[in-house]
Design a protein around this ligand. Structure first.
Ligand code: NAD
Length: 423
């Protein structure tokens, strides 16, 4: 094993970035080209078209995908995204990152991801239900509790998971709670799952701050995205004493020197659907959020927001990647020459898949843990993964992203080698 830190090629999109990160890990681990090629390629990809009968009787058709990157450590696991930005390459990248994330936090899964190229805000609830059920029936042959287990991601939620579970269960003739995670608690969802990704993000942010000698009281943060991940992360950071000075969503951004009242902003968003118009803060240019002078920047929206164009202007001391792929490889290379600490996505946002695993275990056992048990076990796993990454980075002279990826890729390769190549 070498101790060099090969920099990735410059970025062309999430899949190029993911493959370059893998190539860097492979070079560091000194693994064969054959293994590299195998891991650079998805094990199974399904592209479907999803026709939807709209409420007005017309028909619209959307592209849908499910990509299973790797099964060496267990069934494939990963979210389902509803967004017009979805395409096959994005889903491939997200599926690969899921393989590394599951290996890094040591849950017995491979990686997968799904997507439908649809804007959920343009559709009624009835249309979203029909599109979810049709997509599920199209991918039904390749999902299942021992095969591939979807979960919520951008534009989907626990209701989406309930429809997937019901469609799958109707098709096999009995109720199968373990086919999805992130479902409502009343249908076998786990206590603590809806906040799990945010809780993990906040937990790792506080550990990163402690490692830099930054006390939460007196610290500042900016959070991009106020959805399932960003909203809870902002709330938990504020509860820990951090002044969350800026928050954005797809429509705009707000800023307050004294810190935003996150609960009040949540009420505003529930009522108006956006952070825009929140009167207890000032209007901020959303593009300016990532370059604010704060201690912690939490990108918790989409990929590719910290790029070659703005990385040199980042003033945050720590970036905690709530989103998947928010920092391009080009930005990574620029930030590597600065003091900015990046806590990479496969570590920072792994709380979701950790508690998804707990939910799957509870479903398989037909037994429910208390929320305290869930949260304690979540924090234990996140803490262990944090120390694994920090220690490995220190020993080998790698960035946290390089260390996290190398550790994860090594674990996937170990599983592959123990199982052997069939036939
Ligand atoms: P979500 O749909 O619940 O929320 C997304 C938020 O981002 C919304 O507030 C939306 O308005 C905002 N947004 C979208 N585009 C934006 C832009 N260009 N600029 C600023 N804000 C923008 O999605 P989510 O589940 O919170 O997922 C967010 C990110 O976290 C994604 O990268 C996802 O893959 C990742 N993630 C989610 C989970 C999970 O459990 N939900 C787990 C791990 C990682």
């Amino acid at each position: 094993m070498t101790t060099t830190s090969p920099r990735a090629d410059l970025s062309g999109g999430p899949l190029d970035d993911a493959r370059a990160q893998l190539a860097a890990a492979i070079a560091h681990l000194g693994v064969s080209d054959g293994i590299h090629q195998m891991l650079a390629t998805s094990r199974r990809e399904m592209a479907v078209s999803v026709p939807l009968r709209r409420d007005d009787g017309s028909i619209a058709t959307y592209a849908g995908f499910r990509v299973q990157h790797n099964f060496s450590r267990g069934p494939a696991k990963g979210g389902l995204r509803f967004s017009t930005a979805v395409d096959l390459d994005e889903v491939r990248a997200l599926a690969m990152w899921m393989s590394w994330k599951c290996a890094l936090v040591d849950v017995p899964y491979g990686g997968a991801k799904g997507g439908v190229a649809i804007e959920p805000r343009d559709h009624s609830m009835a249309e979203l239900e029909r599109v979810t059920r049709r997509y599920t029936s199209e991918i039904l042959p390749i999902i299942g509790p021992e095969v591939d287990i979807p979960a919520p991601d951008i534009g989907t939620d626990e209701r989406t998971m309930a429809w997937i579970m019901d469609t799958y269960s109707a098709s096999v003739g009995h109720t199968v709670p373990g086919v999805v995670t992130g479902k409502p608690v009343s249908l076998g969802g786990s206590l603590g799952r809806s906040m799990a990704t945010s809780r993990g993000v906040a937990h790792v942010a506080l550990m990163a701050m402690a490692s830099r000698g930054i006390e939460p009281a007196g610290a500042t943060a900016a959070v991009q995205g106020f959805g399932k991940v960003g909203r809870g992360a902002a709330r938990l950071l504020a509860e820990a004493g951090v002044r969350v000075q800026a928050i954005s969503d797809v429509d705009g951004a707000v800023w307050s020197e004294a810190g935003i009242d996150v609960a009040r902003l949540g009420d505003h968003v529930d009522e108006h659907g956006s952070v825009v118009g929140f009167e207890a803060a000032q209007v901020l240019d959303p593009a300016a959020l990532v370059t604010l002078d704060v201690d912690v920047l939490v990108p918790a929206a989409v990929e590719g927001v910290i790029t070659g164009a703005n990385a040199a202007d980042v003033k945050a001391r720590i970036i905690v990647e709530g989103a998947n792929g928010p920092t391009t490889n080009e930005a990574d290379a620029i930030l590597a020459d600065t003091d900015v600490m990046i806590v990479p996505d496969i570590l920072a946002n792994a709380g979701g898949v950790i508690v998804s695993y707990f939910e799957w275990v509870q479903a398989n056992q037909a037994y429910q843990w208390t929320e305290r048990e869930v949260n304690e076990r979540l924090e234990e796993k996140m803490t262990r993964a944090w120390h694994d990454v920090v220690d490995y980075a220190g020993v080998h002279g790698l960035s946290y992203r390089e260390a996290a990826t190398a550790l994860a890729v090594r674990r996937v390769i170990e599983a592959h080698e123990l199982r052997g190549l069939y036939p």
